[in-house]
Every structure is written in structure tokens, then in C-alpha cells.
Design a binder for this molecule. Structure first.
Ligand code: PGA
Length: 255
């Protein structure tokens, strides 16, 4: 556990305008300054504001993440942003396979895996999202769904996957106000770590951070972070306000 530095990622989705992006950094950085050495903080704006956020976070230890990346370096892919472009901007991280990409935009495992390949080839740190839908949970298929989503990781060596982060985000908990209970989260996180241990290596599994996401708020961050295999949080709605996200970080570290 010691080697897994607690990681907190704000996924702003399709929210905020340029002025809001700028206005977030100073109060959030101030609110979390005293815990900055014992945690990693990452902000993920939409792609149009990545540059602005790279500039705004200069001189802080806050990292910047994209919310997706293209499968190719460049070419005829209207609407896509390549991993090479993200790297060129100074962006080091990318969220992949978020449930909104999988379910609203119909990204299947093959496409998510191709995006993963592109991201790791450019040396970006991938935040690889997995999670089951409510009907899948009710049908006792949670582990089957998660395992299918994880399969693409097997194509890469641990040297290439390097700082891979896995995020468990049950679809029924995203934006619903109903978070997974700490016990439910722990059960799936332990399954993911075991899968990584079996299919990649136990040392890699021990150092890979597994985040929980889905209706995280200041009121539940410490209970979730108290779980052995919950190494951080991926936060949507409650990350839009700098002080609320700051509380999530601080309470999460006090678990
Ligand atoms: P939420 O979203 O915190 O608003 O539930 C989490 C996510 O989608 O990453």
C-alpha cells in the first residue's frame, strides 16, 4: 500500500468555460497545499482547455489529464485529438473508456484498447475505466463485465503499462448520487487487483493504483478511501467546485 500514493482526479466532463478553468486552480491548490506532498492531484478539462490548464497549473504539482485520445498519431479522423498532440501540449495523463464514452458514444472494448495502445506509445499515463451497468450487477455479471473490459491490458508488458491507473466506476453510481458502498467498491477493487496479479504480475498489481468513481463527495470520500484496495478517487460532479474537490482530497487522506 505504501508505494501507492493516493490519487485524486477531477473529471470535469463537458463543463466549465475558459474563465472557470482558470478560476479553479488557485483556490484548489491553496486548499490542498498542505497535502500536496502525500497525494497526487489531477484535473481533466475538455480538450479545448487543456493548454490553458497546463499554463494555469505551472509551478504547482497538479497534473493535467485529457478525457480521451485518438487511436492514431495523425490523419483523417475528424473530431479526434491524438495522444501525440496531448503530449505536445504538455499533458501527461488521459482518461480512457469512461462509461459515458462506452455507453453514450458506443466505444467498445476494441476501440478503448486501441486508444490505450496509442496513449501508452506516447508515454501518457492512462486512467483505464471499467464498470458494470445496473442490470449487469443485478444479473451477477459484474466480474464478467469487468474482466472483459480488462482483457486489453494483457496485450502490453508491464514495462509499457508502467504507471497505469485503473478506475472502477459502476455505471449505476455515476452522476446518480448513489455511490457504491465501501464494501461493494472494495470487493470489485480486490477482484481487479487479483486479475492484474494473475495476468500481468503480482508486483505490478501491488503498485497499480485502482481508483473508485461514482457519486464521490466530501461526505463519503474518507469511507471509500479507508478500503484497502481503494487507492484514489475519480470525481465528476463534486469536482467542479474547487473547495468541494479540495475537501474530497483532504477527507480522503484522513481515512
Ligand atoms: P460523478 O462522476 O462523480 O458525477 O458520479 C464520476 C465520473 O463519471 O467519473
Amino acid at each position: 500500500m505504501e508505494s501507492r500514493i493516493p490519487l485524486f482526479i477531477a473529471n470535469w466532463k463537458m463543463n466549465k468555460l475558459a474563465k472557470d478553468v482558470q478560476a479553479f486552480v488557485i483556490p484548489f491548490n491553496e486548499a490542498t497545499q498542505d497535502v500536496s506532498a502525500k497525494s497526487e492531484r489531477v484535473l481533466a478539462p475538455t480538450s479545448v482547455y487543456l493548454s490553458a490548464l497546463v499554463v494555469a497549473t505551472k509551478g504547482t504539482s497538479i497534473h493535467v489529464s485529457a478525457q480521451n485520445c485518438g487511436t492514431a498519431k495523425s490523419g483523417a479522423f475528424t473530431g479526434e485529438v491524438s495522444a501525440a498532440m496531448l503530449k505536445d501540449l504538455g499533458v501527461g495523463w488521459v482518461i480512457l473508456g469512461h462509461s459515458e464514452r462506452r455507453h453514450i458514444f458506443k466505444e467498445d472494448n476494441n476501440l478503448v484498447n486501441a486508444r490505450l495502445k496509442a496513449a501508452i506509445e506516447e508515454g501518457l499515463t492512462p486512467v483505464f475505466c471499467v464498470g458494470e451497468k445496473l442490470e449487469e450487477r443485478k444479473a451477477n455479471q459484474t466480474f464478467i463485465v469487468i474482466e472483459n473490459q480488462l482483457l486489453g491490458l494483457k496485450a502490453h508488458s508491464e514495462a509499457v503499462l508502467k504507471d497505469l491507473v485503473v478506475a472502477y466506476e459502476p455505471v449505476w453510481a455515476i452522476g446518480t448520487g448513489e455511490n457504491a458502498t465501501p464494501t461493494q467498491a472494495q470487493e470489485v477493487h480486490a477482484f481487479i487487483r487479483q486479475w492484474i496479479s494473475k495476468n500481468i504480475s503480482s508486483t505490478f498489481a501491488n503498485r497499480t493504483r485502482i481508483l473508485y468513481g461514482g457519486s464521490v463527495k466530501p461526505e463519503n470520500s474518507s469511507q471509500l478511501m479507508a478500503m484497502e484496495d481503494v487507492d484514489g478517487l475519480l470525481v465528476g460532479g463534486a469536482s467542479l467546485d474547487p473547495l468541494s474537490f479540495g475537501e474530497i482530497v483532504k477527507k480522503g487522506l484522513n481515512s
